[in-house]
Design a protein around this ligand. Sequence first.
Ligand SMILES: C[S@@+](CC[C@H](N)C(=O)[O-])C[C@H]1O[C@@H](n2cnc3c(N)ncnc32)[C@H](O)[C@@H]1O
Length: 221
Amino acid sequence: MAALLRRYGAGARWYDVLSGERWVYRAGREAGIRLLDPRPGDVVIDLGCGTGLNFPALIAAVGPTGRVIGVDRSADMLSVARRRIATAGWHDTVTLVEADAATLDPAVLRAAAGGRGADAVFSTYALSVIPERAEAWRRATAAVRAGGRAGVVDMQRPRGRWRVLEPLALLACATGGADIDAHPWRLLERDAADPPRVARAERKGGHLVAVAAALAPSVTA
Ligand SMILES: C[S@@+](CC[C@H](N)C(=O)[O-])C[C@H]1O[C@@H](n2cnc3c(N)ncnc32)[C@H](O)[C@@H]1O
């Protein structure tokens, strides 16, 4: 566990450059935010937000009356996120919560959302890194209001002619401590209010999977 945490420790300042964001992973987060479709005024929880790479698109969508709540347990990743917020002047729009998502009390997130449930939870490339992902997911969705939405973007083994890149995908996942076979979007498929209306997109030969849906009332606040 400590080894995993170290991966998002001192190296956090290099994460945006070395994580393959530009060539690979940005395509997944863009697809995920499009499917989640946050609205002006929404409060969105970014679970395992890391350095805040989702913030620009989320903030553009929720606007000045909305809010993004970034949750991460790595102080070093959050310190990069904090610099991003300061540079962009997002102090009024983003709240950061330093916590282990697998033990975080959903009441803390509801309080950060202004005392009501958040409108959505979004998680990119984080649930595959969290061994207790089902518990982290349960706690995050419990902070979403009834009728709220969720989006998950994560990785799987590439398919078809892209399979030649599987060793590279495995290396990227091993470096980041991610389980490429975790398929955490299945938690959202399980908890969707209306399974036939789950939206899904794949990018980079199926290596990146984005899923979004309205949550079932039984799992929300
Ligand atoms: C691969 S990074 C993804 C960061 C960001 N979501 C993105 O798309 O770039 C995984 C993040 O999950 C965070 N993380 C890992 N385990 C966690 C836990 N139990 N609770 C909260 N955050 C966790 C790490 O600190 C790291 O910032």
